[in-house]
Design a protein around this ligand. Structure first.
Ligand code: MN
Length: 742
């Protein structure tokens, strides 16, 4: 723990006029007031206000701020009263401590509508005197540094509040190092896995990185010295959170993130900043689009620097910030560096103080912002309006949306309703089917805007679409979607695998059960029954391997394909060539031990051969493709020839249509029609009036007398298709119609 004289020495080192007696009194008073109280860590409670004071000495703040830091928890947590503080330390400090006490209990990420009111109170308290905010930020920083001692259920909430409110506020005040540290500490709590993953990777690369940093420091330092520019070059490894953000924002993996080291070059003058930039750009190739001039165009919080990225030694991307010492101080200490807190109009901000009384006219951007917020509050806007304005201002890289119950959901800019759903709860995301934005039905991919109220519509039967993974913006949504789609497809493959393996056993005259399969898992190199079944369903594990593992002396008979396809192909071929209507002599049922196929919306992972166009009623066959599962072909598809040499990949399948939820299937027809105006319209009319969808029409031949075209359409089943073909044939302008089967 810091000793009394050490604290005083720290303050007088940068503020020789500081009131030492006042500091001493406050130290002793706070220590006594907290007495034997302890923190969650077991440390004496007083260590906390003392650490907070120490952080503020790093920011070189005035004695009153340091004293307020020492006393900040006394009114709330001890017998001390406001009057007592006023009497012992004066009303200025009394006011500061009072402000800190007022905001202590405000829950800024509360789930209810009171959040707006709380944030309003918070803004009012901090904007009376910006020093209240600085003490509060230091207080939160120390609490975050010691958060591991706090019970787990509280931790997440504190970290959330820090990430959502305090870190952006520190950034707004221009105190970059504090923002970075607050974000890093919150990130570690909120996404522990990601934090650990990135940190350990950084750890592994540290030696390599350090080498690269040294090398570049030396090369750059040498270049600048040669041209007579005095510069300090500082290399640093980026923080886990900033790497994570980049991975999220750009959807890249850690491996693709080459620029995990950055450099700061601090020079003597603005002119030297630009000269340095010139030298860097002539030494290394610059990365287009990465140069930013925040010297001519400072950020709102007064941040100034030149930013650029170059391809450095060994083809590494290197990020550089070039600035003067003064710019550097402002970047690190922000509002505190302006020495504005002492004798400017900050105290009177809420009262809209004029500057006629000789106060410093210089205002930092951070202070201007704070004053605007206060003006807004005193103009008496409704809490909701206030929240909207403040949040827009405060978090310009985020959007804030609400659930119908008023819970606030913060999302990165560009996020959509899918991200929102997953931010509310993973289950909501996984079962989302649509959404209402401000009461209107919108697609889930709609980008959200500040203040949107979003209601997610869910259905239990839903599983997330794999395509969402690339549509979602947040890492949370993306990884949840990946998990869910993987689990769903694995389940589907396992279901198919069970059908395949049990039928294979039946054919071999052997009984199948999961227990038997479980017994041979090691021999099949499969971790679980579900994995083994999924591998069978995916076509990666042939079912005869399972049979052989269980019955080593099982002899595979030459697999008897029930495939009438080859035998009958000639017949079908002739019929087709003659343009005769296809009629299945054996009926649509491929046998009772065939695998039931419901369509693409069923439980099995099936796909339909693109050129095949099988519709219910067609006799079909399944082809198992390793890694992909099962593809359905009409039995007379010429493409099936390709699989003649792989009898083990053929599966008996049959239609199993869900009458309750009919599904349309794609089919193709070849139509020859008379070339005269209105022909196409007549054809389209016949198809449309009979309840089929036209997906595509392609003209393939045109003579003065005839049109020839292929039409892709969607039909319910073979009967439906045949009806349409018959009706088309009956149309006067049509001379022939043929179904195309691949
Ligand atoms: Mn505290």
């Amino acid at each position: 723990m810091m000793r009394q004289y050490e604290l005083v020495e720290r303050v007088t080192s940068y503020a020789p006029d500081a009131d030492e007696a006042l500091l001493n009194r406050a130290y002793v008073y706070a220590m006594k007031a907290h007495g034997s109280q302890t923190r969650a860590s077991g440390d004496p409670y007083f260590s906390h206000p003392l650490e907070v004071a120490a952080v503020l000495t790093d920011l070189k703040l005035d004695d009153a701020t340091i004293v307020a830091a020492l006393l900040h928890d006394t009114i709330e947590d001890t017998e001390t009263t406001r009057e007592e503080i006023d009497r012992l330390f004066g009303p200025e400090i009394g006011e500061l401590v009072d402000g800190l006490t007022k905001i202590k209990k405000l829950d800024l990420v509360s789930k209810k509508a009171e959040q707006a009111e709380n944030l309003r109170k918070f803004m009012l308290a901090i904007s009376k005197d910006v020093r209240v905010l600085l003490v509060k930020l230091a207080d939160r920083l120390h609490n975050m540094r010691t958060l591991d001692y706090v019970p787990e259920r509280k931790r997440k909430r504190i970290a959330e509040e820090t990430m959502d409110i305090y870190a952006p506020l520190a950034g707004r005040m221009g105190i970059q190092w504090m923002r970075d540290e607050l974000e890093e500490l919150s990130f570690r709590q909120l996404n522990h896995q990601a934090y650990e993953m990135i940190s350990s990777r950084l750890g592994m690369m540290r030696t390599v990185n350090q080498k690269a940093i040294d090398e570049i420091e030396e090369a750059l330092g040498g270049q600048l010295a040669e041209r007579g520019i005095e510069a300090t070059v500082m290399g640093r490894e980026k923080r886990a959170y900033s790497i994570w953000r980049k991975m999220e924002r750009k959807s890249v993996s850690f491996e693709q993130l080459s620029d995990i080291i950055g450099f700061r070059v601090i020079v003597g003058s603005i002119e030297d900043c630009y000269r340095t930039l010139g030298i860097i750009h002539t030494t290394w190739r610059s990365v287009p689009g990465r140069y930013k001039d925040y010297i001519s165009n400072p950020k709102q919080n007064d941040y100034r620097s030149l930013h650029t990225t170059v391809i450095g030694p060994r083809h590494r991307r290197v990020e550089l910030q070039i600035r003067t010492r003064e710019m550097h101080d402002i970047a690190e200490y922000g509002i505190a560096a302006h020495a504005l807190y002492k004798d400017s109009g900050v105290n009177g901000a809420g009262r809209g103080a004029g500057n006629g009384d000789g106060r410093k006219a210089i205002e930092s951007g951070a202070y201007r912002w704070l004053r605007r917020v206060v003006e807004m509050v005193s103009e008496g806007n409704t809490p909701e309006e206030f929240l909207e304005h403040t949040k827009l201002e405060l978090f310009h890289d985020q959007v804030f949306c609400f659930t119908p119950k008023g819970r606030l959901i913060a999302l990165p800019r560009g996020a959509n309703a899918i991200d929102f759903a997953y931010a509310v709860h993973t289950d909501i995301g996984n079962t989302a089917i649509g959404c209402k934005v401000n009461g209107r039905l919108e697609p889930l991919i709609s980008e959200l805007h500040n203040g949107d109220e979003v209601e997610i519509l869910v259905s239990r039967a839903q599983t997330p679409s794999a395509a969402w993974e690339s549509i979602a913006v947040t890492g949370k949504a993306r990884s949840a979607i990946r998990r869910a789609t993987r689990a769903a497809s694995r389940q589907q493959y396992a279901g198919l695998g069970r059908q395949i393996v049990s039928r294979a056993f039946e054919r071999a005259g052997k009984p199948y059960s999961d227990e038997r399969l479980a017994a041979v898992l090691p021999r099949l190199a499969q971790p679980s029954v579900e994995d083994a079944l999924a591998a069978i369903g995916r076509g990666d594990l042939p079912s005869r391997d399972v049979l052989k593992a269980l019955y080593p002396d099982y002899k595979e008979e030459r697999q008897q394909r029930s495939a009438p396809s080859r035998k009958e192909e000639g017949w079908f071929g002739i019929r087709r060539a003659m343009g005769l209507k296809f009629r299945d002599p054996a009926g649509a049922d491929g046998g009772k031990d065939a695998i039931p196929i419901r369509g693409i919306r069923g439980d099995l992972p099936v796909r339909f051969a693109k050129s095949g166009g099988a519709v219910p009623g067609d006799r079909i066959v399944g082809i198992l493709t390793p890694g992909e599962g099962i593809t359905i072909y009409p039995i007379h598809s010429p493409e099936l020839k390709t699989f003649d040499d792989y009898p083990e990949r053929w599966l008996d399948v049959r239609w199993d249509i869900d009458e309750e939820n009919p599904e349309r299937f794609p089919a193709q027809i070849l139509v020859r029609a008379i070339n005269e105006p209105g022909t196409l319209a007549q054809i389209a009319q016949v198809i449309g009036e009979n309840g089929a969808n036209i997906e595509n029409i392609q003209m393939i031949g045109r003579t003065p007398d005839f049109h020839e075209m292929t039409i892709e359409l969607e039909v319910w089943d073979l009967k439906h298709l045949n009806t349409i073909i018959s009706l088309l044939k009956a149309t006067k302008v049509v001379s022939s119609v043929t179904r195309i089967n691949g």
